[in-house]
Design a protein around this ligand. Sequence first.
Ligand SMILES: NC(=O)c1ccc[n+]([C@@H]2O[C@H](COP(=O)([O-])OP(=O)(O)OC[C@H]3O[C@@H](n4cnc5c(N)ncnc54)[C@H](OP(=O)(O)O)[C@@H]3O)[C@@H](O)[C@H]2O)c1
Length: 268
Amino acid sequence: MKITIVGCGNMGLVYARAFLRYNIVKPEDLLLVEKNEMRKEELVQLQIGRVVTPSDPAIGASDIIIIAVKPQDFSELAPLLRKVLSPATIVLTIMAGIKISLLENQLQHKSIVRAMPNSPVEIGMGITGFSANKEVSAEQIRKVENLLATTGRTVFFEKEDMLDAVTALSGSGPAYFFYLVKSMIEAGEEMGMDKAVATLLVKQTMLGAFHLVNNANKSLDELIKTVSSKGGTTEAAFGVFNANGVGENLGKGILAAEKRAKELSDSR
Ligand SMILES: NC(=O)c1ccc[n+]([C@@H]2O[C@H](COP(=O)([O-])OP(=O)(O)OC[C@H]3O[C@@H](n4cnc5c(N)ncnc54)[C@H](OP(=O)(O)O)[C@@H]3O)[C@@H](O)[C@H]2O)c1
């Protein structure tokens, strides 16, 4: 397989490394396009692919081109890519909030897949929601899925609109958990614990809770019940959570993130 990655910043490099780790591509078949001179130099030193310009005709022979520049940099890049793209190439974009129709127009290209990964892709534990236009065949979707799965799990959505919900739920999602973990650690410190001890207790609790959600044959309500007894400590905590609408407000926050994702993609 021949792959080009355009924009080899944080995410571009994550994909380059993941593809090589899983032997999906050989370094000589991995083309890297990067604008930042310092980054370009780093890529040359890393020897993970061939660093080329966006107008290099070799890009035209790629099976897949991944666009991983910032959304605001795409309009400058599009006319250059348009010249070298060949019709058989699949364009895979991870740019937040740039719709498939915009890529179709600016690149004058038919086969487009749009994906929304989240930050744990960096350690192979991400989840990526993705969608494609009608020009992309089931076989091509499987090909793209294999690539995305090198960084974690994937979910395909028939409707591109759902990527706004993906952005709000799993895209921004890591930050929601960081916020919860931070609040719990701060509570530990308020009760007189060392930060390091509170951090250990909270992190291991999060890990254990995750595995129970995944492996215990119980619903979330049942799992909450197993930790709660009448007149006990968990009930006391939930009394405050419910009185302050914590769960409800968390839901409202996520809906606000979805609304913002829609606004951003409508403005581009
Ligand atoms: N980070 C995440 O967790 C995450 C999650 C989902 C989606 N995304 C999407 O992933 C994309 C990349 O994010 P990132 O965090 O990896 O950004 P980043 O670190 O800034 O990487 C983008 C790289 O592309 C370079 N670039 C800009 N214009 C270019 C051009 N015309 N040709 C070649 N290279 C060019 C940039 O150089 P300069 O620095 O010189 O501009 C930079 O090195 C964004 O569109 C973002 O929406 C990111």
